[in-house]
Design a protein. Structure first.
Length: 606
């Protein structure tokens, strides 16, 4: 029975009708999924991974798609095999949720904001399984315990906005598992999550699969996640399957050029062992690459001392400040010219606030920021504006940071016009040179942001940050929203620019493998404090603080023979950063463990 496929996709073709005629989302894809097996579908944005899963659920019609060819065979619980492509929607409603469950990428949009978590969990089991209200509530509580949500009784009465991203994603997984489906489709379920939460959720899905014997179709673009989860891998490229094999075959002996390029573009934790300086990645198909290590200089560019940023929490009838969010608590570091310091940590640890506080986009409570001899904290508005010539920011979401109504030439010209740096023919020349720098064709100058892919938009954001020849660039999760191969190209571009122009970066990220590739120094943040700081080699190869050690343990490794076990992951829940008004935080004190490697001795709460 086990070797009989549970679901078989044969020659699937999906088309979308547009004003310019039909667009093919999936051209010709065939693969099968057996009971108790995890099949990972990998590929970049636009390769047709999600379209295949939505076709199998027959949700593609609601998104304007049309299954124009092929069969979707599914074996139901009673042994009957049906073609889902020809099944009418009323029967599909019985199958959806009951026999095929789905976990969506964005948990906030998958949950209904106006109903409690308990109501949303009980709805499916009451409809499909005909349970009474009390039985359904007992089942919901049991599900929340299975997905290891702390205080499950309380969570049932809460609304989605009251839960963190990781908890919401667990609720979505619990909902998908509520009716014990025979097939579970997981569409990028961990992309938006932190490393530690991702590790827990992957281990959780693996355990649930083993316990229930459910088949899993797992869609992702993260090769390290594939190595952790997959039994078999299907590689997709532009609507077609280009390679299929067991996880070991794909990782150890890839055949198709696209699979090889995909694996070459994945930064692997531990690759930089024994190397003192960061160096660009070797990408397939690029002959003219400069792969020299980036040494940087010994001259200090930025010095930050005792920086503290808090946000007031208002309450009561008069909206007085009753408490403060201690977002950044007494942090100090230096960045040398031409070097990169990375701040790593989970969501909410204060990395982004620290980056914004340096540029005074957020006003710090106290502390000193000295950039190339200028005391940034003492400047008035006019002088601060002038000082910002030297420091620029690249944001996480390039679409949100670009103006949708301006063409790209105007967007890159804007900072230069604002500061009167160049005009007329000289301005046009400089913009064209910047586009050459970030490897975008000059024909893109007249385009608008919506006409570009994510990676291209991020290059425009980099070109705009470079327009004023800054000395320091704060890159806030600048590559986390990009596909693997695009991410590798953008990282290489940033490193080449650093080597050529002597730029310094404050690189904010939660991706440890990327941080290891680009950093000279690393600061690990937890609850607003830097708990460990030092040269990249020291922090990665000899982590001293328990939080750094837990973080390193959680990183998935792109090696299918080296999988994590759920027993290895024992993270403590993160305490609240909100303290009442008048609370005195202890200063940050450090122990020197040699060669500029410091570990926090003040109680960090971990």
């Amino acid at each position: 029975m086990l070797d009989q496929p549970l679901a078989t996709i044969e020659n699937l073709r999906v088309e979308f009708q547009t004003k310019d005629g039909p667009v093919v989302g999936v051209e010709d894809v065939s693969f099968e999924i057996r009971p108790g097996e995890t099949v990972c579908i990998v590929g970049e944005s636009g390769s047709g991974k999600s379209v295949s899963s939505l076709a199998l659920m027959r949700l593609i019609e609601y998104g304007g798609g049309d299954i124009s060819g092929g069969q979707l065979l599914f074996k139901r619980g009673d042994g009957e095999e049906i073609d889902l492509a020809k099944t009418d929607q009323s029967l599909m409603r019985t199958i959806r949720g009951n026999e095929i469950g789905m976990i969506f990428q964005e948990p906030m949009t998958a949950l209904n904001p106006v109903f409690t978590v308990g109501r949303q969990l009980t709805e499916g089991v009451r409809m499909h399984k005909g349970l009474s209200k009390a039985q359904a509530e007992a089942r919901a509580l049991d599900l929340l315990k299975q997905v290891r949500i702390p205080e499950p009784e309380r969570r049932l009465k809460q609304y989605p906005h009251e839960l963190s991203g990781g908890m919401r994603q667990r609720v979505v997984i619990a909902m998908a598992l509520a009716c014990e489906p025979r097939l579970l489709i997981a569409d990028e379920p961990t992309t938006a999550l932190d490393v530690t939460i991702q590790a827990e959720i992957l281990a959780l899905m693996d355990r649930l699969k083993r316990e229930t014997g459910t088949a899993v179709m797992f869609i992702t673009h993260d090769m390290a996640v594939v190595a952790q989860m997959a039994d078999r891998v299907v590689v997709m490229f532009r609507g077609n399957k280009v390679e299929e094999g067991t996880v070991e075959e794909i990782f150890e002996n890839p055949q198709h050029n696209y699979t090889k390029a995909l694996l070459a573009a994945v930064p692997k934790l531990g690759e930089m062992r024994g190397k003192h300086y960061p160096e660009p990645m070797k990408l397939l198909g690029r002959k003219d690459q400069n792969l020299d290590p980036i040494v940087g200089s010994e001259e200090v560019l930025l010095e930050v001392k005792n920086l503290t940023t808090r946000f007031p929490v208002k309450g009561g009838f008069f909206r007085r400040t009753v408490a403060n969010v201690h977002a950044v608590e007494d942090i100090s570091f230096t960045i040398n010219k031409g070097r990169t310091l990375s701040l790593v940590g989970e969501s909410g640890c204060g990395k982004s606030t620290a980056g914004r506080s340096l540029l005074r986009l957020v006003e710090p409570q106290s502390g000193h920021v000295n950039l190339d001899g200028k005391d940034i904290m003492a400047l008035n508005h006019r002088d601060l504006r002038a000082a910002r010539l030297d420091m620029q920011m690249i944001f996480q979401d390039p679409f949100a940071s670009l103006n949708p109504q301006m063409n790209l030439m105007s967007q890159v010209a804007e900072p230069m016009l604002n500061y009167g740096v160049a005009k007329g023919e000289e301005l046009r020349e400089r913009i064209a040179a910047l586009f050459d720098r970030v490897e975008l064709p000059r024909s893109f100058l007249r385009r608008f942001p919506h006409e570009l892919s994510g990676g291209q938009r991020q290059r425009v954001a980099i070109a705009r940050a470079l327009a004023l020849n800054p000395k320091l660039i704060v890159a806030d999760e600048a590559v986390s929203a990009l596909d693997v191969s695009v991410q590798a190209q953008v990282l290489n571009l940033m490193m080449e620019l650093q080597a050529e122009l002597g730029l310094s970066y404050l690189f904010i990220s939660h991706d440890m493998a990327v941080v290891e590739r680009v950093s000279h120094d690393v600061g690990v943040m937890y609850l607003g404090r830097i708990v460990e700081l030092g040269p990249r080699e020291a922090v990665f190869e000899n982590p001293q603080h328990p939080y750094t050690q837990a973080l390193m343990k959680a990183v998935p490794i792109a090696d299918p023979r080296n999988r994590k076990d759920e027993r290895e992951l024992n993270f403590k829940p993160i305490p609240s950063p909100i303290h009442p008004e008048g609370y005195e935080a202890a200063p940050s004190e450090y122990r020197d463990v040699g060669t500029g490697h410091y570990v926090l001795t003040t109680d960090s709460g971990y």
